[in-house]
Design a protein around this ligand. Structure first.
Ligand code: CAA
Length: 285
């Protein structure tokens, strides 16, 4: 199928970034949120992020206008009826995601591919919600989506080779580099990344070092763009905890136990950048 019409479900940080790159690369995009106002808010964020790209010379003003013309906000998946490709980026709860997939199954064009941006839930379980699980795949973008090159493509147990090939080709059309993983807790990205972040938080909890020095050690010593504590705040501490819980449940053992301090921060509602405070403070600009 020639993929031209795309439905993105969810307009949060990941969803708006995903809609942004599809529209920028010439696809017709419907961004679906629970309410029209939320979809409009996501479109405003996309316009703001495109302005950042214009300021850096990475995008022309005319290209922004053309991309925004290809983007439409909606409050139901039915409004995107006939789409060729969908990416779901709603909260990380299996019940919410399966409900979205049932809707996507009802409204896509025949043969449409249904992708999930889940960072840790099993693709195979999400795929069980639709009639043809061979057309369901993980398309795991990294934050910030317009900037990060990787798309982790995750094959469920029944994902077909044709679906995998088409999704990889699509990632390349978006200017990304696809890398494939099988459906296993945390896939590759978060199975490797999250224990590092969790260990950094454990070092802080045990008084091994300060947050600033832990971040400096990893940033300057290992050439990471951000230190692990700062990155945890950026990703969201609730997201980090949810992923550690998936790893703990999937593999067991000491290695994947979420740090007590991470649990405490989430219980206190300090979730990082998005709540204005996490390990660091983020005063409103
Ligand atoms: N939209 C468009 N452009 C954006 C952007 C956005 N949302 N956010 C940043 N940018 C652009 C900036 O305009 C800037 O462009 P130039 O390179 O052309 O100058 C560039 O990105 C760098 O941004 P800044 O100058 O503002 O700041 P920085 O140099 O400190 O970089 C960063 C910011 C790109 C976030 C960098 O710190 C970084 O790469 N951090 C690590 C991010 C990371 O690890 N992401 C993966 C998280 S894990 C995940 O997402 C998966 C999961 O399942 C949890």
């Amino acid at each position: 199928m020639d993929i031209r019409r795309v439905c993105v479900v969810g307009g949060g940080t990941m969803g708006n970034g995903i809609a942004h790159v599809f529209a920028q690369k010439g696809f017709e995009v419907v961004l679906v949120e629970a309410k029209k106002e939320l979809a409009d808010k996501a479109l405003a964020t996309i316009a703001k992020n495109m302005d950042r790209q214009i300021a850096k010379g990475a995008l022309g003003a005319g290209d922004k206008d053309a991309a925004l013309r290809r983007l439409r906000g909606a409050s139901s998946i039915a409004e995107a009826k006939g789409f060729h490709f969908a990416v779901e980026a709603v909260p990380e709860r299996l019940d919410i995601k399966t409900a979205v997939f049932r809707e996507l199954d009802a409204h896509g064009a025949a043969g449409a591919i249904l992708a999930t941006n889940t960072s840790s839930l099993p693709i195979t379980k999400i795929a069980a919600a639709v009639k043809d699980p061979s057309r369901v795949i993980g398309m795991h973008f990294m934050n910030p989506v317009p900037v990060m090159k990787l798309v982790e493509i995750v094959r469920g147990q029944q994902t077909s080779d044709a679906t995998t090939t088409a999704t990889k080709e699509l990632a390349v059309q978006l200017g990304k580099i696809p890398a494939v993983a099988n459906d296993s807790p945390g896939f590759v990205s978060n199975r490797v990344l999250m224990p590092m972040i969790n260990e950094a938080i454990a070092c802080l909890h045990e008084g091994v070092s300060t947050k600033e020095d832990i971040d400096a050690i990893m940033k300057l010593g290992m050439a990471h763009p951000m230190g692990p504590i700062q990155l945890a705040d950026y990703i969201g501490l609730d997201v980090c905890l949810a992923i550690m819980e998936v790893l703990d449940k999937g593999f067991g053992g000491v290695k994947y136990k979420p740090s007590g301090l991470l649990r405490q921060m989430v219980a206190d509602g300090k979730l990082g950048v998005k709540t204005g405070a996490g390990f660091y403070e983020y005063p409103k600009k």
